[in-house]
Design a protein around this ligand. Structure first.
Ligand code: ADP
Ligand code: GLC
Length: 501
């Protein structure tokens, strides 16, 4: 058996401390799974103003972080135990960058912070300086999306001779290629690694400094959160301009589907829903449905198909398509419950819709974890008409709750949902392919028609999807193997043999 690894996970969000999207779920679960397998896992993230620190320990040390032309910026560091396994979470405590009100990346009005470039370059470099301070020599440094993408660049261009971290292999996971951390060229001066790295083969893109591009060129290995998305991003349609760069690194690029944390998302144990249930006794699901209808002020009709939607209200999630199709969809005898917040127009559009479609459409414009659980449990169908979807977690959550997904066949939605076949009753949900309002509308129509006319087959489908295992076990093993391969790539086969056998 190979010796266990020292893993440094650097992230901008992680459950249970700070979350804006699925990234937090993924980093939280993956870190715990790896720690449970015996690896030494240390997570580094910001100490945002919203994080309560009652159980944290102050390291009592000052971290001095070089920030190029800004100079050295000091920070405090707190730590706590990784919840759920043996491991440690470190919080970078710089009030100027992280101790402010609002979201993780934007103010209370949803406007992105103007210094997000400096904030996350600081986090990236602070994580590396922390290793030196702690004398922690990671075998693997795993970073996520653009926020921590400066790390692989720093490792190769600034720390390659450092005795603690210079040898570490770096893994970049791309959860979403749309956001690349592309900033003005002058960010090079803050990175402080020399303008010679402002070129096509490193950080430069279209005259700007693009952190994700830098990481794609410098990471030892790149993972993508589903196999379909890993293929899609090699094409211009899905790459936001980075398909050429990704194709160059395609030999080091792997798709690994995210898992689900069934301790959080399981109708048999979920304390946030009105009644627990399982695939052998579904009676509780009917209670969850009437509870959901009551909570959202809809008529409590047990026999009407109820469609749930939980989403960030952003273009990626197909909300423009939904806005185009929703009035026709609401001509059917159905109910829709929407939970989400995001783009201003969408908050207004969907927030106003109940006035026009009372008794059929209800929504809560905001973020609410309890309502998310109630929606997963109480709905008959779960709708995700995404334009692109790197993985998507909600369709997998919904399946565990016996809530049938209706999805656009793209990215992780394509990999996790198999289309319903009404002749032989196979499949795990309803899929549409063209990104058009008509395709969406017709597929919802097909699902609703099946609800009224093909009840037995849909009941069997519900029970079938509740048994599907999307747990982290498989994915964590894939990451573990990929970590060993990355270390081997970084330090060479001979040294690897000596160190890990
Ligand atoms: P993304 O990360 O692109 O938003 P995912 O499907 O991977 O998409 O993850 C979304 C996560 O955020 C899920 O855990 C989902 O339940 C949660 N979520 C999204 N919007 C809301 C909301 N308005 N209220 C509560 N939870 C939400
Ligand atoms: C991103 C993607 C989503 C994915 C999540 C976790 O936010 O949009 O599809 O599930 O990251 O990997």
């Amino acid at each position: 058996m190979l010796k266990k690894l020292k893993v440094l996970m650097v992230t901008s969000e992680m459950l249970p401390f700070a979350k804006e999207g699925g990234l937090a779920d993924v980093v939280g679960s993956l870190s715990v799974e790896l720690a449970k397998s015996g690896h030494d896992v240390r997570v580094v993230m910001p100490k945002y103003g919203s994080i309560s620190d009652t159980t944290f320990t102050d390291l009592g040390k000052t971290l001095s972080v070089p920030m190029g032309c800004i100079g050295t910026v000091d920070s405090g560091v707190f730590k706590c135990k990784l919840p759920g396994a043996k491991g440690t979470v470190y919080f970078i405590d710089n009030k100027q960058y992280f101790g402010r009100e609002g979201g993780l990346y934007s103010d209370i009005h949803g406007t992105g912070f103007l210094d997000n470039d400096n904030r996350f370059v600081f986090l990236s470099r602070a994580a590396l300086e922390l290793c030196k301070l702690l004398k922690f020599k990671p075998d693997i440094i795993h970073v996520h999306d653009w926020h921590t993408a400066a790390v692989p660049v720093f490792i190769n261009k600034a720390y390659h001779e450092d005795p603690f971290i210079g040898e570490a292999a770096t893994v970049l996971t791309i959860h979403n290629l749309q956001h690349q951390g592309e900033f003005y060229e002058g960010l090079m001066d803050v990175l402080g690694i020399g303008w010679e790295h402002f070129n096509y083969l490193c950080l430069e893109k279209d005259g700007n400094t693009n952190l994700l591009k830098g990481a794609i060129y410098n990471a030892t290995t790149i993972t993508i959160v589903s196999e379909s998305y890993a293929r899609e991003i090699l094409t211009p349609e899905f790459s936001f301009g980075l398909d050429g760069v990704l194709r160059e690194r395609s030999g080091d690029l792997v798709g690994i589907l995210n898992g689900v944390d069934y301790e959080q998302w399981n109708p048999e144990t979920d304390s946030l829903i009105a009644s627990k249930y399982s695939d052998t006794d579904m009676s509780g699901k009917a209670l969850c449905k009437s509870d959901l209808q009551k909570t959202f002020g809809l008529p409590e009709r047990p026999d009407v198909p109820l469609i749930g939607i939980v989403t960030r209200l952003v273009k990626q999630k197909g909300i423009n398509l939904l806005a185009e199709a929703v009035c026709n969809i609401l001509e059917m005898d159905i109910q829709i419950v929407l939970l989400g917040t995001g783009e201003v127009w969408a908050n207004f559009f969907f927030g106003d819709l109940p006035n026009r479609a009372k008794d059929r459409f209800a929504c809560y414009i905001g973020y609410d974890n309890t309502l998310a659980h109630k929606t997963e449990a109480g709905a008959d169908f779960f709708l995700m008409p995404s334009e692109f979807e790197p993985c998507g977690l909600n369709q997998m959550y919904s399946m565990r709750y016996g809530t049938i997904p209706i999805v656009r066949s793209v990215g992780g939605l394509n990999d996790t949902v198999e289309n319903f076949d009404e002749t032989n009753g196979t499949g795990t949900g309803f899929k549409f392919y063209d990104f058009t309002a008509t395709a969406l509308q017709n597929t919802v129509g097909w699902a609703v028609h099946s609800y009224y006319n093909n009840r037995d087959k849909l009941e069997a489908l519900k029970r079938r999807i509740m048994k599907i295992d999307f747990s982290w076990k498989n994915a964590a093993v894939k990451y573990e193997n990929l970590y060993y391969d990355s270390v081997k790539k970084r330090i060479g086969e001979t040294i690897f043999e000596k160190r890990f056998h």
